[in-house]
Design a protein around this ligand. Structure first.
Ligand SMILES: *[C@@H]1O[C@H](CO)[C@@H](O)[C@H](O)[C@H]1NC(C)=O
Length: 225
């Protein structure tokens, strides 16, 4: 009984091995990716994984005295935005600190330390809450903004003026369901180079009712004085 069992298993094993070898040879090219070696994790990793990784997953590294950042707007009303600064995700779905409307992170422009984050509902929210928030920003603060779903229904001239003061150009024309990503600073004397805006436009929208998401990465100068 035991001997018969051993023989039966051996035959079964040999049959399986034989079949596998035949298939391997037959489909060698197309099956290369699922060869036994790769199943065992022995294959070499693709060389692309050896490329250096920069902060926030950006394509370039930042020089000294610059902060790496990446801001991604929401996609339609489905995928939330994210804000990364010096390789730290400050706001995201996973962090559970985002919301529909405008997502804003404040960072100390000298030390790079996170001061606070908040999300402001721009469709049905309390706009004075955003006014108070913007009014309280101190000189030398970096302001990172990502839109989600609708950034502008409740927008008013006072809030537009605050964002303009932070270096925004596009806030003037920001409308219902536009996408907007922006990095500015309090005390900035000119327009910020870090801004992207895409209008909600039936003709060009990627999603039904919303434009495609915006992604912006770069290096923001540290404020030194
Ligand atoms: C940034 O941090 C420095 C050092 O702690 C502090 O002196 C300065 O007031 C801070 N600035 C802002 C805008 O928070």
């Amino acid at each position: 009984m035991r001997v018969a069992g051993v023989i039966r298993y051996t035959v079964l094993l040999l049959t399986l091995l034989g079949t596998w070898l035949m298939l391997q040879t037959y489909f060698q090219r197309s099956w290369r990716t699922i060869s036994l070696r790769s199943w065992l994790g022995a294959t070499k990793k693709p060389s692309s994984e050896k490329l250096p990784r920069y902060k926030c997953g950006n394509q370039k590294s930042c020089p000294q005295n610059y902060f790496a950042f990446k801001i991604i707007s929401g996609a339609a009303n489905v995928v939330g935005p994210s804000i990364c600064f010096e390789d730290l995700v400050l706001m995201s779905n996973v962090k559970n600190n985002i919301g529909r409307g405008l997502n804003i992170a404040l960072v100390n422009g000298t030390t790079g330390q996170l001061l606070k984050t908040d999300a402001f509902d721009m469709y049905s929210g309390d706009i004075t809450k955003l006014q108070t928030f913007l009014q309280g920003i101190k000189r030398g603060t970096l302001v990172l903004v990502a839109s989600y779903d609708d950034p502008a229904t409740k927008m008013n001239d006072k809030v537009r003026a605050y964002f303009t003061e932070l270096g925004s150009s596009d806030v003037a024309t920001l409308g219902f369901r536009d996408n907007w990503v922006f990095l500015g600073a309090k005390g900035l004397m000119n327009k910020s180079p870090f801004e992207k805006h895409i209008k909600n436009d039936k003709e060009t929208n990627k999603y039904d009712g919303w434009p495609e998401l915006l992604e912006m990465e770069g290096c923001a100068p540290r404020k030194m004085d």
